[in-house]
Write a protein that binds this ligand. Structure first.
Ligand code: HEM
Ligand SMILES: *[C@@H]1O[C@H](CO)[C@@H](O)[C@H](O)[C@H]1NC(C)=O
Ligand SMILES: *[C@@H]1O[C@H](CO)[C@@H](O)[C@H](O)[C@H]1NC(C)=O
Length: 310
């Protein structure tokens, strides 16, 4: 009796050791939502707390964090290489958040990768701005190299038409439905005059009153960095972005391209009056995007400081 209960205990202990070792070592099978469950259950709540505080202080921080994860994933996979790049389009200096060591403090040491922090922060930002939630897949590791040149070729440009947008996403293993759903991220945040000027003065598929009001904000020359909301409610994760496209009021040429007589018109219509459908698809596509070429196993490293390699 005593012998068998000791054996039982030993088995339990072995099981416990096996699971804790399993959770702190690089995970070889791909990503899992439970990656930090044993090693640092405080990690996710700590990130959520910091994101909520940051978004409360400045709503746009949520948009910046979502965009940062997108760019990270499109440049060589979601490996936080974007944080090493002095990017021309993203001011990562401004994003004190991924640098904040509150997560390391919560875990006792540097355990959570910067790439995972970006993925979690993107989800928490969407939630903080009233959007859907999803279970973030985890276990990414951080790159040891920046990839400035890929950044310039793989990130879609705002002057693209539908076929180019589709192929840019296809190159990442994302289909046309992912393209439309993920473009819905433009339901939050802002764009600078320099990226919508050409559309404002030259595109035929832009509502005249909308073009007029943008022209007073964005003159033919100068004031390149004046901001306009990407949709009428840039701090709210709603379906107005799609509704707006039906009225030819997309801010970027690439936004309106999704509703300009092509294959994606129907889906834009669907999302425009069914926010639930948009949210469901957005969440699914975010998980898919977060799975682009992650570093796992012994690849890469866990950076101590997200902006420099160890
Ligand atoms: C479909 C192709 C896309 C193009 C061409 C595009 C282009 C752009 C451009 C030009 C801006 C404005 C940047 C500036 O003026 O500083 C912007 C902002 C933004 N983009 Fe995209 N984007 C695309 C897809 C996405 C995706 C897939 C996401 C996320 C899942 C995303 C999230 C955002 C957010 C949240 C902002 C606002 C950022 C802020 O206010 O700081 N975009 N995008
Ligand atoms: C960094 O984290 C600490 C908590 O550890 C918090 O008090 C501080 O406001 C955070 N700073 C930023 C810039 O998020
Ligand atoms: C500006 O817009 C016009 C009209 O859509 C287009 O033909 C032209 O290629 C655009 N120029 C740039 C630099 O995007």
């Amino acid at each position: 009796m005593a012998f068998s209960s000791l054996n039982f205990f030993r088995a339990l202990l072995l099981l416990f050791l096996a699971t804790s070792a399993f959770s702190t070592r690089p995970y070889k099978e791909g990503l899992t939502p439970h990656f930090y469950d044993y090693a640092c259950p405080q990690a996710l709540p700590a990130i959520k707390h910091v994101v909520e505080a940051a978004v409360q202080q400045e709503r746009r921080m949520g948009a910046s964090l979502l965009r940062l994860h997108f760019h990270d994933c499109f440049v060589n996979g979601c490996d936080a290489s974007i944080l090493l790049d002095p990017s021309p389009t993203i001011d990562s200096e401004k994003l004190a958040f991924p640098n904040n060591n509150s997560v390391d403090k919560a875990c006792g040491y540097s355990l959570v990768s910067c790439a995972d922090i970006l993925a979690i922060a993107a989800r928490d930002s969407v939630v903080a701005l009233g959007g859907p939630s999803w279970e973030v897949q985890l276990g990414r590791r951080d790159s040891t190299r920046a990839s400035r040149t890929t950044a310039n070729t793989d990130i879609p440009a705002p002057n693209m038409d539908l076929p180019s947008l589709i192929s840019t996403f296809q190159k990442q293993g994302l289909n046309t439905r992912d393209l439309v759903a993920l473009s819905g991220a433009h339901t939050i945040g802002f764009a600078q005059c320099r990226v919508f000027r050409n559309r404002t003065y030259n595109d035929a598929n832009m509502a005249a009153d909308f073009a007029g009001s943008l022209q007073s904000l964005c003159l033919r020359t100068g004031e390149d960095s004046n901001l306009a909301g990407l949709d009428p409610s840039p701090a709210q994760f709603d379906a107005l972005y799609f509704h707006n496209l039906l009225a030819q009021k997309g801010l970027l040429h690439s936004d309106q391209a999704l509703y300009s007589g092509g294959s994606t018109d129907e889906l834009v219509k669907t999302y425009s009056d069914d926010a639930e459908a948009f949210w469901d698809d957005f969440a699914k596509s975010m998980i898919k995007m977060g799975n682009i070429k992650p570093l796992i196993g012994n690849q890469g490293q866990i950076r101590l400081n997200c902006r420099t390699v160890n």
